[in-house]
Ligand binder design. Structure first.
Ligand SMILES: N[C@@H](CCC[C@H](N)C(=O)O)C(=O)O
Length: 289
């Protein structure tokens, strides 16, 4: 092990979307490289995780900065479950409870609040709806927004709505003109075909959604850079935005993911999206990188 640096980490999960958390507030660059993150996220040869998240020094009036590497080493702009885990992690390290943080991310200012019941409610800011900014090259259908645009994947026609939560999401509620049934999907086969489709120049996260009622949906996700995960917070937010744009859901909606439920509200008064869900410590330790 000579020459290797020892790093202290905590592993947190939000609905089974799991992250290696590193307290990096002493220095402005992540102390783990993307290549090391890939190794640490490996579920057989490493700690295991969907990504590595760093608490970094603040920018401007914020409390801290968040950066994240996906399990493939790529760097996304935002992570919804991850920012709940980060808030819980920093509060645990600092011995705090019931706090609201201002966190600088590559997607702008995001504000998680630790609630008395243990849940974390996050002000996720405003969705970005202009197709080129998501980004997607799919032709817009409503102004500059891509809503229920046809995309053929593996010979099947999906109606796609595209939303950015800072990171890109492609959401589908129907295939071949029929409502999605999430239990019928072979996510491991079709997921990568959306992620790497040429109409998504920055790759994409893809959400497949089944409507249970106007205030309750089921969703499975294929994440850019992480594959099939048990939950995706930004994906749940984008799912409800797409549901509202398509006239399928209300602005306040429960999203059931394989790892459990998230509550999402796209508030009319400020156009912000509020996501509420859990974030829990799994274990902690040290590792040599
Ligand atoms: N699981 C996350 C999203 C993580 C980033 C994503 N894989 C991307 O590359 O955009 C969430 O909970 O939002």
């Amino acid at each position: 092990m000579a020459g290797k640096e020892q790093i202290t980490f905590c592993k947190y999960q939000g609905l089974g979307n799991d992250f290696i958390l590193v307290d990096n507030r002493h220095t402005s660059e992540p102390i783990i490289t993307p290549e090391q993150a890939v190794k640490l996220c490996d579920r057989n040869f490493g700690i295991g995780g969907d990504g590595v998240i760093f608490a970094l020094p603040p920018v401007g009036e914020t409390d801290m900065t968040m950066r994240i590497f996906n399990s493939d080493g790529s760097e996304p702009e935002m992570c919804g479950n991850g920012i709940r885990c980060l808030a819980r992690f920093v509060a645990d390290v600092d011995g705090q409870t019931e706090l609201k943080y201002k966190i600088h991310t590559l997607a702008g200012l995001i504000q998680p609040e630790l609630l008395a019941d243990g849940q974390v409610c996050v002000d996720m800011g405003e969705p970005i709806l202009e197709g080129p900014k998501v980004p997607t090259t799919l032709a817009p259908t409503q102004g500059s927004t891509v809503v229920q645009q046809k995309l053929i994947v593996d010979g099947r026609s999906y109606d796609m709505t595209c939303v950015s939560m800072g990171n890109p999401h492609a959401i589908t509620y129907s295939v071949d003109g029929q409502p999605i049934k999430v239990d019928d999907l072979d996510i491991f086969t079709i997921g990568p075909k959306f992620e790497h489709n040429a109409v998504f120049p920055a790759r994409t996260n893809t959400e497949f959604v089944e409507v249970l009622s106007r205030s309750h949906v089921r969703m499975v996700v294929w994440e850019r850079g992480a594959g099939r995960t048990l939950a995706c917070g930004t994906g749940a937010c984008a799912t409800v935005v797409a549901g509202v744009l398509e006239g399928k859901t209300d602005r306040s909606c429960q999203v059931d993911l394989p790892g459990g439920p998230l509550h999402i509200e796209w508030r009319e008064s400020d156009n912000h999206i509020y996501m509420t869900g859990p974030a829990e410590l799994a274990f902690q330790g040290t590792v040599r990188v």
